[in-house]
Design a protein around this ligand. Structure first.
Ligand SMILES: NC(=O)C1=CN([C@@H]2O[C@H](COP(=O)(O)OP(=O)(O)OC[C@H]3O[C@@H](n4cnc5c(N)ncnc54)[C@H](OP(=O)(O)O)[C@@H]3O)[C@@H](O)[C@H]2O)C=CC1
Ligand SMILES: O=C1CO[C@H](CO)[C@@H](O)[C@@H]1O
Length: 325
């Protein structure tokens, strides 16, 4: 039987599976196959984004599994995100509708502001998503994320999305949002892995009843990314003999130990894989627990180094990574 993933209760009373499938760079046939395999293996939470240009594939896979009778729509938690070029309130509803159309679904479980920084609107096609100046810096817009948020709240009221949240927000930005919103964000999706364990941001969010979704939970081993390359990739724990040794004790791989560590931290990891063996492994982490000693070993990898530093937008007034957390 496929492992069952526990749910967490969100601050709006809805539930969200504690682990999901990441899909960045899983496009075309690979994307469809990965999501189908994941659903077969027990995943009930899928993370995508307009920016990934694979909502269509995610939707195809989910709808196929519904048609097969394996799941019902309400059994699966679909997360997608409004991209930086669509922050103007007049673009948010259209961006959401495009995501719904791409997915072929009539509601989104969780819709996130992908980054706090708004960029210049350049169009709706894949080529329009990264407006850059001659120096390779993103061309900004001055939209305030509080205005974007109001448009997100309207989507909840219209029933197009069940929950809303943010991604890549720091604690100051969250504080400002919490002081100016009608609907609280249910999650902040940020990078969390042993190299950047985010203990302070996790504690801050816990105090405000916001769950942390952990992106790049494995530190993107061997992944070449067209946006940030491999330059930002911090040394990860996967090859470390101590982590491999901890895994042996439980009959688990180093990857499973890393993902379990993120669960112990209280986060919701969304590892990406398109390979059946890893899709299976990455969800099979709910039958063991790390000891305090083992958690200390994992804490020892924390350097604060980011896989996704996003430096080309560092001059934006809402660039999030200049604050400590
Ligand atoms: N909000 C945001 O700004 C961001 C959100 N995200 C989201 O988070 C998801 C996960 O993060 P991502 O950046 O993809 O990085 P991950 O840390 O999930 O790493 C993915 C890479 O690790 C490989 N891999 C998967 N499982 C294992 C394993 N058990 N052992 C060794 N290697 C493994 C995958 O290869 P293979 O497929 O060949 O198995 C892939 O190359 C994204 O896919 C996306 O959905 C990510 C970045 C930013
Ligand atoms: O979600 C994401 C996936 O990774 C990309 C580049 O590394 C990011 O731009 C983006 O935020």
């Amino acid at each position: 039987m496929a492992p069952k993933v526990p749910n967490v209760r969100l601050n709006n009373g809805l539930e969200m599976p504690m682990l999901g499938l990441g899909t960045y760079l899983a496009t075309e046939e690979e994307g469809i196959a990965a999501v189908k395999m994941a659903i077969d293996e027990g995943y009930r939470h899928i993370d995508t984004a307009y920016f990934y240009q694979n909502e269509n594939q995610v939707g195809q896979a989910v709808r196929a599994k519904i048609a097969e009778g394996l799941i019902k729509r309400e059994d699966v938690f679909i997360v997608t995100k409004v991209w930086n070029t669509y922050h103007a309130p007049e673009h948010v509803a259209e961006a959401c509708q495009k995501s719904l159309d791409n997915l072929g679904l009539d509601y989104i479980d969780l819709y996130l502001i992908h980054w706090p920084m708004g960029w210049k609107f350049a169009g709706w096609s894949a080529d329009d998503l990264m407006p850059m100046d001659a120096n390779g810096k993103s061309i900004v817009s001055d939209v305030d994320y509080l205005d974007t948020w109001k448009a997100m709240e309207a989507l909840v009221k219209e029933g197009k999305v069940k929950s809303i949240g943010v991604s890549n927000f720091n604690s100051k930005q969250l504080t400002r949002l919490l002081g100016n919103c009608e609907i609280k964000p249910v999650t902040n999706q940020v990078e969390v892995n042993p190299a950047i364990n985010q203990r302070k941001l996790i504690e801050f969010c816990r105090q405000h009843d916001i769950v942390i979704t952990a992106y790049s939970p494995l530190g993107r081993p061997n992944m070449a990314d067209p946006v940030v390359g491999t330059a930002g990739i911090p040394k990860h724990a996967l090859d470390d003999p101590r982590v491999i040794e901890i895994g042996k004790k439980y009959g688990k791989t180093a990857g499973q130990v890393v993902l379990r560590y993120l669960i112990e931290l209280g986060t919701l990891p969304i590892p990406k894989s398109s390979k059946l063996e890893r899709i299976r492994q990455n969800i099979d982490i709910f039958d063991f627990k790390l000891t305090e000693e083992e958690i200390k070993v994992m804490d020892g990898f924390n350097t604060g180094g980011r896989t996704v530093p996003f430096n080309f937008s560092s001059e934006h007034k809402y660039f999030p990574f200049k604050e400590e957390y």
